[in-house]
Design a protein around this ligand. Structure first.
Ligand SMILES: [Zn+2]
Length: 223
């Protein structure tokens, strides 16, 4: 029988290919993780292994302090940030990090992507906010993500001068948020070239977001 952890290893490995498919990553940058439901464990990408060589078997199992429990490689260098999010946001089941181009262009200016498209109101329910500048090596990236996203509708944050972190109820939802984040960052960037995008009234953003999050689509399927 396949254990829940084996299933997550396969899912996390497969989801990394979605980052490639949607052009969100180059070389070995970017990573996906999933919380092991009911356990203080997460599954994450190994550090420095190319996307072509990722398999369910070489995914790394860590505890929520980022310590390796099972795996031959060292885990992604962003593991501490992922682990911090899982420790402080119990509702989060998946975390994704990318340096996708258009989203990073906003992050480089430290500017939030304004909510000017109905698709943004649907998925993000607000602007995509900017988190603080933070260096890798301690908890500051994780803390910046949690402080920015806690109480915010957006599942995506642009960490200043760095890149995108997204969260979701599971890893697939977090990958979807990363794909949508890049898509709207690109569209709003292009719109800006010809003028100032028109704001959407807060009431309409609220209504669109409520409908998308509660009424739209197949309710039983993962969004
Ligand atoms: Zn990064």
């Amino acid at each position: 029988m396949t254990s829940p952890i084996d299933l997550l290893r396969r899912q996390v490995s497969d989801l990394h290919q979605e980052l490639v498919r949607y052009n969100l990553v180059v070389w070995t940058a970017g990573n996906v993780s999933a919380r092991v439901p009911g356990e203080d464990l997460l599954v994450i990408k190994p550090s420095g292994v190319s996307y072509d060589e990722l398999t369910p078997e070489n995914m790394i199992l860590c505890d929520l302090d980022g310590k390796v429990v099972e795996g031959e490689h060292s885990p992604s260098s962003d593991t501490a940030a992922h682990a911090y999010v899982y420790r402080h946001m119990p509702e989060v089941g998946g975390v994704v990090h990318t340096h996708s181009t258009y989203a990073c262009a906003w992050a480089a200016r430290g500017e939030a992507v304004p909510c000017v498209l109905t698709a943004m109101a649907d998925e993000f329910g607000a602007e995509i906010p900017v988190g603080p500048f933070a260096l890798i090596g301690d908890d500051s990236i994780g803390r910046g993500i949690v402080e920015t996203l806690q109480g915010h509708r957006s599942p995506a944050v642009l960490m200043k001068s760095h890149g995108v972190f997204t969260i979701g109820k599971d890893a697939k939802a977090a990958v979807k948020a990363a794909v949508m984040c890049e898509d709207v960052a690109r569209t709003v960037h292009i719109s800006r070239q010809l003028g100032e995008p028109l704001p959407i009234a807060q009431d309409d953003i609220d209504r669109l977001n409520y409908r998308y999050q509660n009424v739209y689509g197949q309710q039983s399927a993962a969004r």
